[in-house]
Ligand binder design. Structure first.
Ligand code: HDE
Length: 698
C-alpha cells in the first residue's frame, strides 16, 4: 500500500489539498488516474461485475461517474457562428491614440495586450464544413487592464439587415429549413432567398455574400470589420466616430467556387487545420488594426446614414489609419474549454470606447449576454478562464450556479459601514476612472418621440450595392453574377428568382440581365426603389483582386512525385519554394514515399488519393517517364492536375510530366511553367485570364 501524505497549498483560487505519493513505482502523482472526487482508480478497462460473466453492479461509482460526465459533455452550440476556430495572441499598439480615446490599450506605443480571437462560419452547425459560401465571424476578446473589450465583427463590413428586430427572421431563413433539416451550412435554398428577395435592405450584403469574400482561402487571409459605427472617447469626453478594420498581413485571398465545393470533400476542417498548423510551425497569422475616424459633420454630409449597418464608408473617402497589429501566436490548449466556451459580447467595452445608436448594434447589446446564459448555463460564465478578465473583478454579485469564487466576509451590499467596525467593506464605485457613457451629442439630440420607425436615409437600399458592384474587376463581377445564378438555381419557389432579379435591376441592369440569362428566365420588371440610389465613386479597396498580394508566404504548394522522380530536380524545386516563403507538401501514389532517381526513398506528406490539389495554392508535377505512363491512366492523377488548372493555379512541371498534363487538358498560359526559378514566383498568383477557357460564367 502506498504511503500517502497531505499537503496544504495556497493557490490563486484559495486553499487546495494536493496528494503526494510515495509508492514503489515512483510514478508522478499527476499521472495517476482518479475519479472527480480524487479517488485513485485501479482499473480503467473493466466495469465492476458480479463474477466474470455476471451483471454489472450499480455500485460501480467509477463507471457511473465516467459515463455520467460523458453524457453531459456537449453544451448547446451557438445558434449562429457554431462552427469556429480560435487562437491566443496579442495586440501591439503602434502609436498613442490618447488624443482620440482614453482606452488604456491605446495609450502606450509598443505595449501588448493579450487577446483571444475566434473565427467562424455563420449558418452551419458545430460539425459542419469549413468552406461553405458563408460570411465569416471575426471576433476578438482583448484582455485589457481596464477589463475585457470584445470586438465582435465579420469578414464583411456590412450586414444583411438594419434593425435587430429582423435578426431571428434572417437566421431562421438561412439555416436549414425547419421541417426537413437541410441544407446544412448553405444559403442556396428556398427560405433564404424568399426572405432575402423580400428585404431590399439586404441587397448590398448579398453582393458581398455572392462575391469571393465568402470563400476565403484561409482565415489568415481575410479582412475583419467591426461593421457598426462605434465611438472613441478621449479624457475630455470628446467623442469621435470610428469604424474598425482588420487588414491581413498576407493580403486577401479567396478560392473559386468549384474549389470551395471540392474542399468540402477534401478536408472538412480545411480552415481549422490551416490556422492550427500555421501557428504550430511559427508562421503566426497577423492583422493590422485600422480605424476610420470621423465626426458628426462628416456623418451629416453623407448621402447615407452612418448608423445603418448596411452601408460602408469607402476607404478612399476616409482612409484607414493603421494603429496596431494583432498576432496570433498560440493554439488553444483545449478546444472546448477555450474556443467553445469563449463568450463574446459586443456590450463588453472599456472606458474610451462607446456605442453608437446603430439599431442593429443596440439589439446585439442585449442578445449576447442572454445567449451566454443559455449556452454556458450560468450567470457565472465570466469566471471560466477564457472569459475571465485579467484585471481585478470586484463587486457584490453573489452566488448562482457554478460559483467558483469564495467571497469572504459579509459585505455583499453597498452602501455599508462594515469597514468602520474593522470588517472588509468591499469595493466602491469610482466616478473618476469608472466607465462613463458618452453623452452622444449631437447624435442623441435627435431623439424624439418613441416610434417604431427607421431613419429616412435607411431607405436607400441600392447605392452601396452598386458601389460594390462597380468596384469589382471583371473576373470578380463574373463570379458574383454566377453565384447569384448558382444559388437561385437551387430555389424551387417559382416567384423568388424573378423577385430577386427585379431588385438587382436597381443595382445594375447588366448584372440583372446576366443573372436572368444564366437562369434562362425573362428579365422581370424593375422593383420600384424606396429611395432613388445616388451615384458614388468606385472604391478599389473593395476588390479582392486589386488587393491580393502575389507572395508565396504562408501558402502551400502541392508537389506530385512518384518512383523515379529526379532527386536533384526535386531538391532544387523544394529549395525554391521554401526560399519564397511557401510550404511544399509532397504527394505520391503511396504514403510510404517514392524511390527517387538516386535510389533513396523520399518521405511524403500525403497520399495522392487523399490529397487532392484543391488543398494547395499551386502545384508542381515532377515525374519520371516510367511513372507518368502509369499515372496518366489514373483518374485521381488526371483530376489532380485538371482541378489545379480549373482552379486557376500555377502548374509547374518537368518535361516527363507532359503526358499527364495533356491528359488533364492543360493548355499553356502564363501560369503553366517549368520548374526553374520562375516557378516560385508564378505559384504566388492565380490566373484569372484562364477562367473563360475552363468554365462558362454568367
Ligand atoms: Fe451576432 N450573434 N448577432 N452578429 N455574432 C452571435 O452570440 C446577434 C451580428 C457575430 O465567435 C450569438 O455567442 C444579433 C452582426 C460573431 O463566439 C448571438 C444580431 C455581426 C459571432 C448573436 C447579430 C455579428 C456572433 C450566437 C443582430 C458582425 C460569433 C452565439 C442584432 C458585426 C462570436 C453567441 C463567437 C454570435 C446575436 C448580428 C457577428 C445569438 C441579435 C451585425 C462573429 O448572441
Amino acid at each position: 500500500m502506498a504511503k500517502q501524505t497531505f499537503e496544504t497549498r495556497k493557490g490563486e483560487g484559495g486553499e487546495t489539498h494536493q496528494q503526494v505519493s510515495d509508492d514503489s513505482t515512483g510514478t508522478a502523482d499527476t499521472a495517476r488516474l482518479t475519479t472527480n472526487q480524487g479517488i485513485r482508480i485501479t482499473d480503467n478497462q473493466n466495469s465492476l461485475k458480479a463474477g466474470a460473466r455476471g451483471p454489472t453492479l450499480l455500485e460501480d461509482f467509477v463507471l457511473r461517474e465516467k459515463i455520467f460526465h460523458f453524457d453531459h459533455e456537449r453544451i448547446p452550440e451557438r445558434i449562429v457562428h457554431a462552427r469556429g476556430s480560435g487562437a491566443h495572441g496579442y495586440f501591439e499598439l503602434f502609436e498613442s491614440l490618447a488624443d482620440i480615446t482614453k482606452a488604456d490599450l491605446f495609450q502606450r506605443p509598443g505595449e501588448k495586450t493579450p487577446l483571444f480571437a475566434r473565427f467562424s462560419t455563420v449558418a452551419g452547425g458545430a460539425g459542419s464544413v469549413d468552406t461553405p459560401r458563408d460570411v465569416r465571424g471575426f471576433a476578438v476578446k482583448f484582455y485589457t487592464r481596464q477589463g475585457n473589450w470584445d470586438l465582435v465583427g465579420n469578414n464583411i463590413p456590412v450586414f444583411f439587415i438594419q434593425d435587430a428586430m429582423k435578426f431571428p427572421d434572417l437566421v431562421h431563413a438561412v439555416k436549414m429549413e425547419s421541417d426537413r433539416a437541410f441544407p446544412q451550412a448553405g444559403s442556396a435554398h428556398d427560405t433564404f432567398w424568399d426572405f432575402a428577395s423580400l428585404m431590399p435592405e439586404s441587397t448590398h450584403m448579398l453582393m458581398w455574400a455572392m462575391s469571393d469574400r465568402t470563400l476565403p482561402r484561409s482565415l489568415r487571409m481575410m479582412e475583419g470589420f467591426g461593421v457598426h459605427t462605434f465611438r472613441l472617447v478621449n479624457a475630455e469626453g470628446k467623442s469621435t466616430f470610428v469604424k474598425f478594420h482588420w487588414k491581413p498581413k498576407l493580403g486577401i485571398q479567396s478560392t473559386v467556387w468549384d474549389e470551395a465545393l471540392k474542399l468540402q470533400a477534401a478536408d472538412n476542417d480545411y480552415h481549422r487545420r490551416d490556422l492550427w498548423e500555421a501557428i504550430a510551425v511559427g508562421n503566426f497569422p497577423e492583422w493590422e488594426l485600422g480605424l476610420q475616424l470621423f465626426d458628426q459633420a462628416f456623418a451629416d454630409a453623407q448621402p447615407y446614414d452612418v448608423l445603418d449597418a448596411t452601408k460602408l464608408i469607402p476607404e478612399e473617402v476616409i482612409p484607414v489609419r493603421i494603429v496596431g497589429r494583432m498576432v496570433l501566436d498560440r493554439n488553444p490548449d483545449n478546444f472546448f474549454a477555450e474556443t467553445e466556451q469563449v463568450a463574446f459580447c459586443p456590450a463588453n467595452i472599456v472606458p474610451g470606447v462607446d456605442f453608437s445608436n446603430d439599431p442593429l448594434l443596440q439589439g446585439r447589446l442585449f442578445s449576447y449576454l442572454d445567449t451566454q446564459k443559455s449556452r454556458l448555463g450560468t450567470a457565472n460564465f465570466h469566471q471560466i478562464p477564457i472569459n475571465a478578465p485579467k484585471c481585478p473583478v470586484m463587486n457584490f454579485q453573489r452566488d448562482g450556479q457554478m460559483q467558483m469564487n469564495v467571497p469572504r466576509g459579509r459585505a455583499n451590499y453597498e452602501p455599508n459601514s462594515l469597514a468602520d467596525h474593522g470588517e472588509d467593506g468591499g469595493p466602491r464605485e469610482c466616478p473618476m476612472t469608472g466607465f462613463t457613457t458618452s453623452t452622444g451629442r449631437p447624435e442623441h439630440e435627435e431623439e424624439g418621440d418613441k416610434l417604431r420607425v427607421r431613419a429616412e436615409l435607411f431607405a436607400d437600399h441600392y447605392s452601396h450595392a452598386r458601389l460594390f458592384w462597380l468596384s469589382q474587376q471583371p473576373a470578380e463581377q463574373a463570379h458574383i453574377a454566377s453565384s447569384f445564378v448558382f444559388e437561385l438555381s437551387k430555389v424551387q419557389l417559382a416567384q423568388v428568382p424573378a423577385r430577386m432579379i427585379a431588385n438587382l435591376r436597381n443595382v445594375d441592369e447588366e448584372l440583372a440581365k446576366r443573372v436572368a440569362e444564366g437562369l434562362a428566365i425573362a428579365l422581370p420588371d424593375k422593383k420600384p426603389a424606396a429611395r432613388e440610389p445616388v451615384s458614388m465613386h468606385p472604391s478599389p479597396a473593395l476588390s479582392i483582386h486589386a488587393n491580393m498580394k502575389a507572395v508565396l508566404t504562408g501558402r502551400k504548394v502541392g508537389v506530385l512525385i512518384a518512383d523515379g522522380t529526379d532527386a536533384a530536380e526535386l531538391k532544387g524545386l523544394l529549395a525554391e519554394i521554401e526560399k519564397a516563403g511557401g510550404s511544399p507538401f509532397l504527394v505520391s501514389p503511396r504514403i510510404g514515399g517514392a524511390k527517387l532517381s538516386d535510389g533513396k526513398v523520399m518521405k511524403v506528406d500525403g497520399q495522392l488519393a487523399g490529397s487532392p490539389s484543391q488543398l494547395f495554392d499551386a502545384v508542381a508535377v515532377v515525374l519520371s517517364n516510367a511513372a507518368v505512363e502509369d499515372l496518366a491512366k489514373q483518374a485521381v492523377a488526371i483530376q489532380w492536375v485538371m482541378d489545379a488548372f480549373g482552379h486557376l493555379k500555377a502548374i509547374g512541371s518537368n518535361g516527363a510530366a507532359t503526358p499527364l498534363l495533356e491528359k488533364a487538358g492543360v493548355v499553356p498560359d502564363a501560369g503553366v511553367v517549368g520548374l526553374d526559378t520562375y516557378f516560385a514566383k508564378a505559384a504566388a498568383s492565380r490566373y484569372w485570364d484562364r477562367e473563360p477557357r475552363v468554365r462558362v460564367l454568367a
